[in-house]
Design a protein around this ligand. Structure first.
Ligand SMILES: O=C(O)CC[C@@H](O)C(=O)O
Ligand SMILES: [Zn+2]
Length: 487
């Protein structure tokens, strides 16, 4: 790795200094005889794809401590990897070499919640589910929701600009994050923890940190606007005979449900079957979905249960009674347990994929009409290279699912193991397909380590040049999450 040439390794002296800043249990270092196995969860990503060799993990409790650690590292050119729940899918939160890991897990307090405005101020290490629970008693919800909510942290969510399942309704974090506190690469604390809805005072620095993946500094706290909890949420799963029906169905669902529509999620047949196979959530009856090519999960979040249920029932009956029905069948959740179980099916695809094999994950924005074409073309590409089939080193399945309303396709290629041959068959193929439709190589998972070489498929040379200038301005020594986002 290029950056290795100018970054230093952590020494015993550094660890002694870190132990002075933090109390001993907050320092985990093989240089202080910690068994290296104890660092495994920090050095490895959960997919088993990316692996670093950090010797030292630090778990500060305060912003001041983060600042002192970062200042020390910057003066000695020691690379730093900020780490939240380590649930990322692009290798952004694990070290590449032996950078110090700064885990935010001990910075996990809610600083304030204002039930009038719905503004929540929380430490970066707060787990998304814990925040969701915290504000539930005030009848508010987080503006984002994702499968990893039980372990991902809000600082990581903001740093990766996580999208998730509610973006269709509540927009991206660029809109709902009102402020951040961050430690800059020289140790300075940037206090932009604003709770103002309107603040039109020139450059909005916090926006730079949303999606910067920890390359410009460490987000230590966030201020976020949370919406009131809807009175009633419900969902339906719809089975479609053809992919071509998804677009007209989306238009019809928007027309009928208008403002109560809160999610419109797509799964192709293989994705659905995998989730069912691995016991994720509620499945439709087998005989009812014979011949179905894909599925859509529609969620409503509205003001009145009876009204919303009536809307969904009308939707189902008009869809089914049409002379050329867009769906073959549809089921509406009849209880909170069924509601959760239907979501578990969609949210469980990632876990089902990881049980099935090793996944190459692409997370792209392309026109909705191209979702199936992309999956089919990728499968054909693998077939033409003789890589599709049973057996070791082969691709078992290619699946597509994702957030239709956001134009975001998750293309997962599942193999028995990661191989160079599969990698070469997939890239640049997938990125060229994406670029040919003026798409984005990352709709929501970010660039991390995985896509630094491919940034030019989504960003112009001028954009990349200015991104590099910004990085150099904030982090002239290149210590902050080295090797991520930019090569
Ligand atoms: O595992 C994936 O590729 C997608 C994960 C997540 O973004 C989702 O939408 O379920
Ligand atoms: Zn997603």
């Amino acid at each position: 790795m290029l950056f290795k040439r100018f970054l230093s390794s952590v020494t015993r002296t550094d660890v002694q200094h870190f132990t002075k800043i933090l109390s001993p249990p907050s320092v985990l270092s093989t240089l202080q005889n910690a068994p290296s196995a104890e660092l495994d969860i920090y050095n490895n990503d959960w997919m088993g794809k990316y692996k670093g060799s950090s010797t030292t993990v630090l778990k500060p409790k305060t912003t001041q401590q983060v600042s002192e650690i970062v200042k020390w590292c910057n003066e000695r050119r020691i690379g730093i990897v900020p780490q939240g729940g380590n649930t990322g899918l692009v290798g952004g939160s694990v070290p590449v070499n032996d950078e110090v890991v700064i885990s935010l897990q001990n910075m996990n307090s809610v600083r304030s919640f204002d039930p009038v405005s719905g503004i929540l101020v929380a430490d970066a290490g707060c787990v998304l589910q814990a925040l969701t629970d915290h504000i539930a008693s005030h009848d508010h919800i987080m503006p984002l929701d994702l499968g990893a909510k039980g372990s991902c942290q809000i600082g990581g969510n903001v740093s990766t600009n996580a999208g998730g399942l509610r973006l269709l309704r509540y927009g991206s974090l660029h809109g709902s994050v009102l402020g951040i506190e961050a430690v800059l690469p020289d140790g300075t604390i940037l206090d932009q923890l604003s709770t103002l809805r309107k603040d039109n005072t020139g450059y909005d620095l916090k926006q730079l940190f949303i999606g910067a993946e920890g390359t410009l500094g460490i987000v230590t706290a966030v201020s976020i606007l949370t919406p009131p909890a809807p009175e009633a949420s419900n969902n339906v799963i719809l089975a479609l005979p053809h992919f071509n029906n998804v677009l007209p169905l989306y238009m019809e669902v928007k027309r009928q449900l208008s403002e109560i529509l809160s999610a419109f999620e797509y799964m192709d047949r293989t994705a659905y079957d995998l989730a069912v196979k691995h016991g994720q959530g509620r499945a439709l009856a087998d005989d009812e979905i014979e011949g179905a090519e894909c599925f859509v999960l529609v969620e409503t979040s509205g003001g009145k249960r009876e009204h919303d249920e009536e809307k969904l029932e009308t939707l189902l009956s008009t869809l089914l009674s049409a002379s050329n029905p867009l769906i073959t069948t549809g089921v509406m959740a009849q209880s909170p347990a069924q509601f959760s179980s239907m979501w578990a099916l969609r949210e469980g695809i990632t876990e089902a994929v990881s049980k099935e094999g090793k996944a190459y994950k692409y997370d792209i924005s392309i026109p909705l009409s191209k979702f199936k074409e992309c999956v089919d073309a990728t499968r054909e590409q693998l077939r033409s290279k003789g890589l599709l089939g049973d057996g070791d080193g082969m691709v078992k399945a290619v699946i597509g699912y994702g957030h239709v309303g956001d134009g975001n396709l998750h293309l997962n290629v599942i193999a028995t193991r990661y191989t160079q041959e599969i990698q070469d068959a997939l890239e640049p193929f997938v990125y060229e397909f994406t670029a040919s439709h003026r798409g984005s190589i990352s709709a929501e998972h970010g660039i991390g380590l995985m896509k630094t070489h491919a940034l030019q498929y989504s960003k112009s040379d001028v954009s990349i040049t200015w991104m590099k200038k910004i990085k150099a301005l904030f982090d002239p020594n290149g210590i902050m999450n080295p090797g991520k986002v930019l090569e």
